[in-house]
Design a protein around this ligand. Structure first.
Ligand code: SAM
Length: 310
């Protein structure tokens, strides 16, 4: 769009409909001109936390009324807002930070608006996953965003094991679009009080040499990227008094291992890890490792013996 078109666009009254407006993830300069115009012009702003959004609105001297729209009232509020939208209202939805609907409320109201035949407009802007990805050094053509991993250790390990065992078809990728080795990163949001445990799980499942990126406090004063072998990154963070701030974790396991390739960590390493971390007997640990690798118990046992005899 050229500047004349932009000027024309900004003079038009805002069309009725639902506006999903991205807001900064830490740096107020990341608000877009369009987001400000939309937030000023709508009839109402539905906010994940009205107090949080009010700080943003005050900063930009926006006086639009707000209403709460969060995880606990999302379904009911979506119905109510959809009725107002159907009657011709212009409503914006914002989350506390970043893009609504991405690990945040926003999805249900968008679906309700669409079902009611109301136009839905994205107003793009900041997003932690994409910001972390583009600066991670892992950008390829394909990536997978998982949101948050399960908080419970067992479920988290199962989710990570499923990733290790999943085969991502690499055919059809436009290899020319990416320089260097092909990578297909996985992206996760993670809480600071869980990052050390999660890195320990990544280390146990993908091996200590697995390259990871921890992107912390993106766009903020203390923005930090830790890149390296998971064992080293974990040690760097573990050596600190505490780990604080908001975190995105990324890593790209080896792509489609050839049929005879071994997983990044050995059976022995995984068995010892489970015995130490979960207090399992060797037999139970071996059973669990065999299940995770989708091989028989006796095959896992033979592998363990081979390692011991090396
Ligand atoms: N909707 C948001 C978005 O578009 O990125 C994400 C909301 S989700 C509830 C919050 C999580 O996003 C945080 O726990 C953290 O994992 C990640 N996150 C948000 N802001 C971040 C930042 N400035 N730096 C790193 N991670 C961030």
């Amino acid at each position: 769009m050229n500047t004349d078109q932009e000027a024309e666009e900004s003079k038009k009254p805002l069309a009725p409909g639902l506006y999903l407006v991205a807001t900064p993830i830490g740096n107020l300069e990341d608000i877009t001109l369009r987001a400000l115009r939309v937030l000023r012009s709508v009839d109402k702003i539905a906010c994940e936390d009205t107090r949080q959004t009010q700080k943003l609105l005050n900063h930009f001297a926006i006086r639009t009324p707000t209403v709460s729209y969060h995880m606990h009232n999302e379904a009911g509020r979506a119905t109510e807002l959809a009725a107002a939208l159907k009657a011709g209202a212009r409503i914006a939805v914002v989350s506390d930070a970043g893009t609504p609907g991405i690990s945040d409320p926003g999805g249900q109201i968008a679906a309700a608006a669409i079902a009611a035949g109301v136009p839905v407009f994205p107003v793009p802007g900041a997003n932690a996953a994409i910001s972390a990805l583009v600066a991670s050094g892992l950008v390829g053509e394909v990536f997978t965003f998982h949101g948050f991993l399960p908080a419970k250790e067992g479920q988290r390990r199962t989710a990570l094991e499923a990733l290790r065992n999943s085969v991502i078809p690499s055919e059809g990728r436009n290899a020319a679009a990416v320089e260097g080795p092909a990578v297909q990163p996985h992206i996760f949001y993670e809480a600071p009080h869980r990052i050390l445990d999660t890195l320990a799980d990544v280390e146990a499942i993908f091996g200590p040499a697995q390259h990871v990126v921890v992107a912390r406090e993106l766009t903020k004063l203390y923005e930090e990227f830790l890149r390296g072998a998971v064992s080293e990154v974990r040690k760097t963070l573990a050596d600190r008094d505490s780990v604080r701030g908001e975190i995105v974790l990324l890593f790209a396991p080896a792509l489609v291992p050839p049929p005879d390739a071994k997983p990044a960590s050995t059976v022995g390493q995984e068995v010892r890890y489970l015995m130490k971390k979960e207090g399992l007997t060797e037999k139970d640990a071996l059973k669990q490792v065999a299940r995770a690798r989708n091989i028989g118990k006796s095959e896992a046992y033979r592998e363990l013996q081979r390692e011991r005899n090396k």
